[in-house]
Design a protein around this ligand. Structure first.
Ligand code: COA
Length: 166
């Protein structure tokens, strides 16, 4: 894989979609987050229509991947009902094989630019307290640990709530 991969990455908000696209995201969810925490065809269209789905795409070079662009990063958000200037990152991931190359940082940076245009001023998310890579990434962008929440997503599934003013 090329070293300067960042040059080929496009980050964009998804507005139009079809079942083919939804099933592609579903597959990525399972591969990168697992069956339990990944969302499926019942939720992905809802996030696109009523929340926000931002993706990182690696532009196809001819002969690679049949000339098809490859989705290598996903950021799914919903907006806070009580605070319209606040959004919650439901899921954030980079496709296996593309991690630790700075693509998560590109996706988060560009996502923040998109969200600022929508007048979002505050971002919240939860992260596994043991997920050092994700925590390192979020801290780099100014996220601060706000609260440790025990059993949030199931018995023993503890999360750190992190918050960032953007
Ligand atoms: C978390 C995730 C999105 C990060 O994406 P990425 O493309 O690898 O991120 P980047 O390469 O931009 O940055 C990763 C940072 O973590 C650091 N890092 C990597 N492994 C680390 C570790 N074990 N401990 C601490 N820091 C680590 C890297 O050095 C880099 O920091 P730097 O920019 O200061 O050098 C990606 O690993 C992922 O998809 N993980 C699986 C899903 C997931 O956990 N999502 C988060 C859910 S809240």
């Amino acid at each position: 894989m090329e070293d300067n991969i960042a040059q080929d990455i496009i980050v964009k908000e998804v507005k139009d979609f079809n079942l083919d696209f939804v099933l592609k995201i579903k597959k990525l969810e399972i591969e990168n987050l697992g069956e339990v925490s990944g969302i499926n065809e019942w939720v992905i269209p809802v996030i696109i229509k009523y929340g926000k789905l931002i993706i990182a795409i690696k532009k196809a070079k001819q002969q690679i991947n049949n000339g098809e662009d490859l989705i290598i990063g996903v950021n799914e958000l919903i907006r806070d009902w009580d605070n319209f200037n606040c959004a919650f990152i439901h899921s954030f991931y980079i496709k296996k094989g593309f991690r630790n190359k700075g693509i998560g940082s590109i996706l988060l940076k560009k996502s923040i630019e998109i969200l600022k245009k929508d007048n979002i001023k505050k971002l919240e998310l939860t992260v596994d307290p043991k997920n050092q890579t994700a925590i390192r990434l979020y801290e780099k962008f100014g996220f601060k640990n706000y609260e440790f929440i025990e059993d949030l997503y199931g018995k023993g599934v503890n999360r750190n709530l992190m918050i960032c003013e953007i």
